[in-house]
Design a protein around this ligand. Structure first.
Ligand code: ATP
Ligand code: MG
Length: 730
């Protein structure tokens, strides 16, 4: 056997080995957390290449985050040698689709310069659509329309189908908004995240030659976290793999765990994993049962929780790592006390057990909960970083700067152009903007094209009426500034140079520099950070264009903020972001009925089952030590409210738990009036904790990969920016 092959398969258990070396029929690996599914996927790729069964260019591997893609790539690089894998595609669904769409844009009828709209941009566009179409936004908020359109796209429902299916007035409005939104999106030469998948499926289905091209190319398609794929992603995989009847069908490998499906709110369906054998009748299924991650106590706790979900395939996960430490439980009076316990325990572990800060993760159900934990970290001076929350790329100044660049690359990008038209203030009023919009509607062209008509009227369309002399001159200046940026880009200028040009020339930097608002100071710092991201990108990818950089930035997700090598900091994140990760020490906080499980799930069995899977994911991230904590009362809308203990705590066999402070001792304490609670003292401003919709509180980061084969430069920028060192802040 080739020594590389030997190294790759060394240490695998018999089932893992079987999965790694399997050949032919579609392969499904289903197994519980920590059983080596991701490792099997990585080893299988290594094996295929090292054994000569596949060339790197014939492989397409799909991971859930860019970070996971990067790690897989690095593992393979060290196993196979760097240059061997350059032509291999390892990326998220979204980046793989961007790559396909950038080369197949003709088939799609779009220009290759299309812009990718994030959820915020999509909502802005929906708002414009509502205004144009006279949709009552009180009855149909753009945000909710936007989310429902996303659901439809995840199910591959076209606007026409949505209209056909619309049985009531509400769905008719939705279908109408959807159709108008799609037209505006196309006119802006833009795609939203869901379009990326849906359009790729579309192209592959409607252009057999294109489908054939990719099927010939990708002989092996491998998908991690298959339980979290939605209908559109499923169809994409099918279209890329082909079926047994197709001449050129590839080999498909998917790995997943139905118990870890936690993205139903984004249209993920466990059906994809449950029906795999039905969809692919010749499929082979392999089960893995040995867990290599956690101690037996942790596994037993996880099993205790997930066993309460009905209709699942029971699993027998075992480990040879021994019982390990007992699970530590703590019932605090308030969220401040809960955080104080977490912080003191981390310090104790460091002193007594040789645990470093980087070994520790603190999980919570929703982003808003991080506030209480952060307060305590700041006070105690423990270094930490928060993953998620307001993302770097969603900050106002960053969105503004990127809007300039998008407008430069894509002159039809309505959302970006309207965002920056009067930012910084150029004295352009809503009336002038409306006049341009009317001109655009009248001639059925994009806002950007109409804007050009202001200073340089199109021979057919003529000038834009209703705009004063001064506004005309300002608009013409704006257009010509973007044009200069475009010329720079076309001449191959580096992304950071074009960014500098846009920020200086537009007066954006001057606006911030001359402001006394301390917030503007930090906005400048953020822009400086963006600038270094651009510089790093250019260094890592000297041949890449401004558009390439924008693609990469557009697809960054929360989980990607987890830069490697941050050994000296405790990681704070939601459970959703923690998927696929592992930590020696894990704190699962806020275990109350109404917090985790989330309030909204308490009356809906399907949602409760999803919360339970989320709890299963949380617990199974721990390798050596697991803490479960809760607060008897938690501030809600500013006033403390009592919550009962989470049912998930009660589902863990009590013999596994070492209660440092139990329900009964907390009760006794409260009855005697000797409460240790400090709520109110931490300056709680928690009204945001119940705001927004379901998906908002979750980490719904779409995603990216190493599109175009470039090495993602410094995607960890969010983490860098969000590093809020306790010492500094306190
Ligand atoms: P999750 O369901 O959480 O995604 P997973 O099934 O993908 O988990 P991995 O992350 O691949 O599991 O593996 C869990 C841990 O076990 C990793 O640290 C991995 O390196 C280790 N591991 C997997 N297989 C083996 C093995 N055969 N020998 C030793 N360690 C292993
Ligand atoms: Mg995994």
């Amino acid at each position: 056997m080739d020594s590389r092959v030997q190294r790759i398969v060394a240490g695998l258990n018999p089932q893992q080995l079987e999965a790694v070396t399997h050949s032919g029929a579609p392969l499904l690996v289903v197994a519980g957390a920590g059983s080596g599914k991701t490792r099997v996927l990585t080893s299988r790729i290594g094996y295929l290449i090292a054994s000569g069964r596949a060339a790197p260019g014939q492989i397409l591997a799909i991971t859930f985050t860019n970070k996971a893609a990067r790690e897989m790539r690095e593992r393979l690089e060290s196993a196979l040698g760097g240059s061997a894998i350059r032509t291999m595609w390892v990326s998220t669904f979204h980046s793989a689709c961007v790559r396909i769409l950038r080369s197949e844009h003709d088939a799609l009828g779009m220009r290759s310069t299309f812009t990718i709209y994030d959820a915020q941009d999509a909502q802005r566009l929906m708002k414009l659509v509502c205004r144009e179409e006279n949709i009552d936004i009180r009855a149909h908020p753009p945000k909710s329309l936007s989310r429902r359109v996303s659901d439809l796209k995840n199910d591959l429902v076209t606007p026409e189908q949505a209209a056909d299916d619309a049985a009531d007035q509400d769905s008719q409005v939705l279908a109408h908004a959807y159709a108008a939104y799609q037209i505006r999106l196309r006119q802006a030469n833009a795609m939203d995240f869901d379009d990326l998948i849906m359009s790729t499926v579309d192209v592959l289905r409607s252009h057999p030659d294109v489908a054939d091209h990719y099927r010939r190319r990708f002989r092996h398609i491998l998908v991690d976290e298959y339980q979290d794929t939605n209908r559109a992603q499923y169809e994409l995989v099918r279209a890329l793999t082909g079926t047994a009847e197709d001449d050129n069908h590839g080999e498909l490998t998917v790995v997943g765990d139905a118990d870890q499906s936690i993205y139903a709110f984004r249209g993920a369906t466990i059906r994809n994993i449950e029906d795999f054998e039905k969809d692919f009748p010749e499929a082979r299924t392999i089960l893995l049962e040995q867990n290599y991650r956690s101690t037996q106590s942790i596994l037993s706790a996880a099993n205790g929780i997930i066993a309460n979900n009905s209709g699942r395939r029971p699993k027998r996960l075992w480990t040879d790592r021994g019982d390990g430490e007992k699970i530590v439980g703590y019932v605090a009076d308030s969220e401040a006390d809960e955080s104080a316990f977490v912080v003191s325990e981390i310090d104790r572990l460091r002193d007594d057990a040789g645990i470093s800060y980087g070994d520790v993760a603190v999980f919570y159900r929703t982003n808003a909960q991080s506030r209480a934990v952060e307060d305590m970290f700041v006070r105690s001076g423990i270094p930490y970083r928060v993953i998620g929350g307001t993302r770097f790329y969603e900050r106002r100044e960053i969105k503004d700067a990127l809007a300039y660049l998008h407008a430069i690359v894509n002159r039809d990008d309505t959302v970006s152009i309207r965002r920056i038209l009067n930012m910084p203030k150029r004295g352009l009023g809503a009336k002038s903007e409306e006049a341009v919009a009317m001109h655009a509607a009248r001639w059925d062209v994009s806002f950007g094209a109409a804007l050009c008509d202001v200073g340089d009227p199109h021979p057919e369309r003529g000038p834009v009426s209703g705009i004063g002399k001064k506004a005309s001159a300002t608009m013409a200046g704006f257009v010509s500034m973007l044009e200069s940026g475009r010329e720079m880009a076309e001449a191959g200028a580096a992304p950071d140079a074009i960014l500098d040009f846009a920020m200086e020339e537009s007066g954006y930097l001057d606006m911030l520099r001359s402001s006394d608002d301390p917030q503007d100071e930090s906005r400048l710092e953020n822009l400086a950070e963006l600038h270094s991201v651009a510089v790093d990108f250019h260094k890592a990818n000297p041949d890449a264009t401004l558009a390439d950089w924008l693609d990469q930035v557009s697809l960054v997700s929360d989980a990607d903020q987890l830069a490697d090598g941050d050994e000296g900091e405790v990681t704070l994140m939601t459970v959703h972001t923690a998927k696929g990760l592992e930590f020696p020490v894990v704190f699962v906080t806020g275990l109350e009925d109404g917090t985790f499980p989330h309030m909204r799930s308490l009356i809906d069995p399907a949602e409760l089952a999803e919360e339970r899977r989320l709890a299963y994911v949380a617990v199974t991230r721990a390798r050596q030590r697991l803490y479960i904590t809760r607060a008897a009362a938690r501030a809600s809308w500013g006033a403390p409210q009592e919550f009962p203990p989470s049912r998930f705590i009660e589902e863990i066999p009590d013999s596994l738990i070492d209660w440092r402070r139990s329900e009964s001792s907390a009760d006794a304490m409260r009855r005697s009036g000797g409460r240790t609670g400090t709520w109110g003292s931490g300056g709680r401003r928690r009204s945001e904790s119940f705001g927004g919709g379901y998906g908002d509180e979750l980490d719904d980061g779409p995603v990216v990969g190493s599109g175009k084969g470039f090495v993602p430069g410094k995607l960890g920028v969010d983490a860098a920016k969000q590093k809020r060192r306790g010492k500094q802040a306190g």
